[in-house]
Design a protein. Structure first.
Length: 174
């Protein structure tokens, strides 16, 4: 059931992300202008995808520490997808402050239309991870063959390090 919900939410999040980016590009090109007195419809879609995403994320991260929440939530995503999600969040944040820094007046496109894209991108990545995390979780073993948790560097049973060949998600090696 969780996978069915995750697939549905993932497709809706992708649609919302594409519409959000499209609305910004169209506004930048002068084709579309968002309504000034009410929020765009894209904001209402956040609630449709975000509530199920939070419940799925809680299930995905229930066995992990709070500090590892995002690593655990995105462990089923390929590295390029995790980086892309953070890039979307970073670009939207940077674009929000760009008019202030450049002291540009109103002709600059409204970044407010891009804001839902952060939620849609995160929702897409989290639901993708829900669908694919089992592949990563089932392959984690220590050097002695014991199953270990997805983010562990060492085995809880024998203390041996994680077996080579399986990358630790979000963990930098020195």
């Amino acid at each position: 059931m969780a996978r069915l919900v995750a697939y549905t939410v993932m497709m809706l999040a992708l649609l919302g992300l594409l519409l959000s980016l499209g609305a910004y590009v169209f506004e930048f090109a002068g084709i579309y202008s968002p309504p000034q007195n009410r929020p765009p419809l894209l904001f209402f879609g956040i609630f449709i995808v975000w509530f199920p995403t939070i419940f799925l994320m809680n299930k995905l991260t229930e066995d992990f520490k709070q500090k590892d929440m995002w690593k655990a939530a995105l462990r089923g995503c390929p590295p390029w997808m995790r980086k892309s999600m953070w890039a979307v969040v970073g670009v939207v944040s940077a674009l929000a402050y760009l008019p202030v820094v450049l002291k540009v007046q109103r002709p600059y496109p409204d970044v407010f239309v891009l804001f839902p894209g952060c939620f849609y991108a995160a929702s897409f990545c989290i639901t993708y991870s829900v669908i694919n995390a089992w592949k990563y979780d089932s392959t984690r073993r220590c050097l002695n063959g014991h199953a270990i948790s997805p983010l562990a560097k060492f085995c809880d049973e024998c203390g041996a390090p994680a077996a080579p060949g399986v990358k630790n998600v979000g963990v930098r090696s020195n």
